[in-house]
Design a protein around this ligand. Structure first.
Ligand SMILES: [Zn+2]
Length: 135
């Protein structure tokens, strides 16, 4: 079990950039192709921009062509949590950081093997660390 990170809205506003705040705390979506992490091909770990929790490994990153950083699996199952999002008349599965609750993106069932999942993440909600986490 990882300890939860809880902050007030004002505290999040003070620690995040306006773009990070909009995505992580207000369920925003960055513009397609906006994130430099789309082109990040180095080995490393993608961490939550809100709390620093390790969320995804470069090992599961792939080029989905969607314009958002995409992964076929989280680093650890317990690193992320999902909820059903029914906004905009669509039924989607929202992905958020298990530690701080920050909104990361959505997961779709059209990903590659072995999971068949596509974790479609907002790059602004992730921080790339070129050190690989040991799982
Ligand atoms: Zn987090």
């Amino acid at each position: 079990m990882t300890a939860k990170v809880e902050k007030t809205d004002a505290e999040w506003r003070a620690t995040l950039s306006p773009e990070q705040y909009q995505v992580l705390r207000k369920h925003g979506t960055e513009h397609r192709g906006a994130s430099p992490l789309n082109k990040e091909k180095r080995e490393g770990t993608f961490k939550c921009a809100g709390c620093g929790e390790s969320l995804f490994s470069s090992d599961t990153k792939y080029d989905s062509g969607s314009g958002w950083p995409s992964f076929y699996a989280p680093l650890k199952d317990e690193a992320v949590e999902t909820t059903t999002d029914q906004t905009y008349g669509m039924r989607r599965t929202e992905v958020h950081c298990a530690k701080c609750g920050g909104h990361l993106g959505h997961v779709f069932e059209d990903g590659p093997k072995p999971t068949g999942l596509r974790y479609c993440m907002n790059g602004v909600s992730l921080a790339f660390d070129p050190e690989k986490d040991k799982v």
